[in-house]
Ligand binder design. Sequence first.
Ligand code: FVH
Length: 294
Amino acid sequence: MPPTPVSVLGLGVMGRALAAALLAAGHPVAVWNRTPGRAAGLDGVRVAPTVPDAVRSAPVVVTCLLDDDAVTSALDGAGPDLAGRVLVDLTTTTPDQARARAAWAAGHGAAHLDGGIMAVPPMIGSPDALVLYGGPAPAFEDARDALSAFGRPVLLGDDPGTAPLHDVALLSAMYGLLGGALQAFGLVRSAGGTATGLLPLLRPWLDAMLSTLDGTAALVDDGPDGTAAVSPLAMQSAAFGTLRTTYAGQGVRDDLLVPVQRLLAEAVAAGHGDRDVDALVDLLAPDAAVPAGR
Ligand code: FVH
C-alpha cells in the first residue's frame, strides 16, 4: 500500500514537526496555515490555499492548532468537505471538547480521532513520541500508517474524550515531578549548590520513588490491604513542617510544596493518619466511581 496522503492544518511548532515526519515517511502532504509563509522549509508539501482545498486533498486530515476554538474557526464552513474522511485532532482539548468535535464530524459524515501528543516537537517521528488516541477502531486502522509517522500511536478506546483525559493525567504527573525537582533545585541553589550537582542524588532517589508507584496504584484501586503503612500520613504531615521551615530558613519560596502539605493535613484531620498516600486520592476524587475491586 502506498503511503496515505495526509493534510495538516496548522503549521505552528508542532504542526511543522508533524508535517515533516509525514514527509520523511513518504506521505504526500498538503498543508494549510492561517498565516501564510509558515510552510517554508517543508520541502515537498503542497500549500493549500484554503481549508476546504486542504481537506479535500487527503483521506486523513490532521488538525494541530492552538486550541479548540482555533479548530472551530479553521474548520468553519469546511464540514461538508470532510465527508468520508478521518479527522485527527491533535490539538490539546478537554474530553468534552473532543466529544463535541466527534459529534460535529459525524454530522458531516466524517470519522474523528482525538489525539494527545505526549512528546515535544523534536521527538516527533521517533519511537519515543507517544501519541494517545480516542475514537473508533476502524478509523484508527485506516489512519494507522499515517499516525505511525508521528511516533508510537496507542488507541485507548472508542470514546474520543479518553485521549485528552489521559493526556491531562500524564501531564499532571509530569508537572508534579518537575515541580518537585524545581523546588529541590531552588533549595540547593540557596546553599550555593547547583542543579547539575544535585542530579547524581536526585535521579536515583526519583527512580526509587517511582518504583513504589505499583504498590500505590494497587492501594488506590483496591483500598487498604490490611498492611500497616510504612510512611503513614500522620508522620508525613508532621515532617512537612520541617520541609517548610527549611525553605523559610533558606529564604526560598515553597509554593510548589504547599498544596501537598494542605492535603496531607486534611487527610490526617479526616482520620486517615494511619494510611499511606493512596488516601489522598480519596480526597481528590471523593465522588468518582469506585474502581472494581473495592
Ligand atoms: N509544542 C509542544 O511542545 C506541545 C506538545 C504537546 C501538544 N501541544 C499542542 O499542540 C497544539 C499546537 O501547538 P504548537 O506548539 O504547534 O503551537 P503554536 O506554535 O503556538 O502554533 C499554533 C498554531 O495554531 C494556529 N492558530 C491559532 N489560532 C488560530 C485560529 N483562530 N484559527 C486558525 N489557526 C489558528 C496558528 O496559526 P498562525 O498563528 O501561524 O496563523 C499556529 O499554526 C496545541 O494545542 C498544543 O497544546 C504542543
